[in-house]
Design a protein around this ligand. Structure first.
Ligand SMILES: [Zn+2]
Length: 338
């Protein structure tokens, strides 16, 4: 097929029946070796800060098709006559333009996002974003005896007072008190739970730990939590599920955003402006809880595309960049150091 195509385009005359018996030498080496013209352009997202769209499908009504490059560019050669060119992407509404190809022409596209959140919940994009191959800032754990503490227990859905096993846990960025429910029965059993969760917390970037004060550990299969008062909530039955599936660091990352970022950012004018400019949420969970969950749902995707891009699949990276460009830019402006 390749040979036939080359023959048709470059040596059309030589291939015809009439001339088959007499070899034809090129008479003008400067003559064009193609017919028609070049149609090229870029495909972008239509919003302010909207990214160039990589991997968008661009199709001509002649049947030719190509995919945009990493910077959103596409190109067709040998196009002539009136053509309709259509651009589409997995997260964007398709658009068409017509062009009369009597010369080289440029057709640029600005596609509207579909508005559909690309993820259900961003904690579960990939278990590889932060894992045991990442270093931990955990320095040491010291048992500090038992003491009365008020901890939240989702099994009864309220704050309870317990004579908790207390551990002073030191990280490179500061110290946190681990408060382990006495239901675990012994200092050793409580220490084992601290040893399970303390290193994972140390794998999170320090900018998420600026308000971290305590970690409450209960038994039970209940959701984790993060509170702007500085506390993390862990239920170890659920924790084992996260560990088995590889999502322990990712769920702690999400909760850390509630602990350290919500108070400063969730209602900040720059953030709400970015929400409006994007007009799209990164997850259905964020869309359904825009005031409470949007920062926590958006910060892990931000970290993923800015700091862990090589661990993201192409489709996930594209989905994040296309969904929330203004929120990503908002986080860029915060100067999160590490
Ligand atoms: Zn949350």
């Amino acid at each position: 097929m390749r040979t036939a195509t080359v023959c048709l385009v470059v040596f059309a005359a030589a291939c015809s029946d009439d001339s088959a018996s007499s070899p034809v030498a090129p008479t003008n080496p400067m003559a064009p070796t193609t017919s028609g013209f070049t149609l090229s352009g870029t495909v972008r997202d239509s919003r302010p800060n909207g990214p160039a769209l990589a991997g968008a499908t661009v199709r001509l009504d002649t049947g030719q098709s190509t995919a945009s490059s990493s910077d959103g560019r596409y190109r067709f050669q040998n196009v002539s006559g009136a053509v309709t060119v259509t651009a589409s992407g997995p997260h964007h509404v398709a658009a068409s333009e017509t062009a009369t190809m009597d010369q080289d022409r440029t057709v640029d596209f600005a596609l509207a996002h579909t508005g559909i959140p690309p993820f259900e919940g961003t904690v579960f994009i990939s278990p590889r974003l932060i894992d045991s191959s990442d270093s931990t800032s955990l320095m040491n754990v010291t048992y500090a005896g038992q003491g009365m503490r008020e901890v939240f227990d989702r099994r009864v859905d309220r704050w309870i007072k317990v004579d908790a096993y207390l551990f002073d846990v030191r990280y490179g960025w500061g110290a946190v008190e681990f408060q382990v429910n006495p239901e675990f029965g012994s200092v050793d059993a409580a220490r084992a739970e601290v040893d399970t969760y303390a290193p994972a917390l140390g794998r999170l970037p320090a900018f998420l730990m600026t308000n971290a004060r305590e970690v409450e550990i209960n038994d039970g299969v209940e959701l984790f939590g993060g509170n702007p008062n500085g506390s993390f909530l862990i239920h170890t039955g659920q924790g084992q599920r996260y560990i088995d599936d590889g999502f322990l660091e990712e769920i702690l990352f999400h909760e850390a955003a509630h602990v350290s970022l919500d108070a400063r950012h969730a209602n900040a004018p720059g953030w709400t402006t970015a929400q409006t400019a994007d007009g799209v949420f990164v997850s259905t969970y964020a869309r359904d809880n825009p005031g409470r969950e949007d920062v926590a749902e958006s910060i892990l995707p931000y970290f993923a595309v800015r700091r862990r891009s090589a661990r993201l699949g192409d489709a996930d990276r594209t989905a994040i960049l296309a969904a929330i460009p203004n929120r990503l830019e908002y986080f860029d402006r915060q100067g999160f150091a590490n």
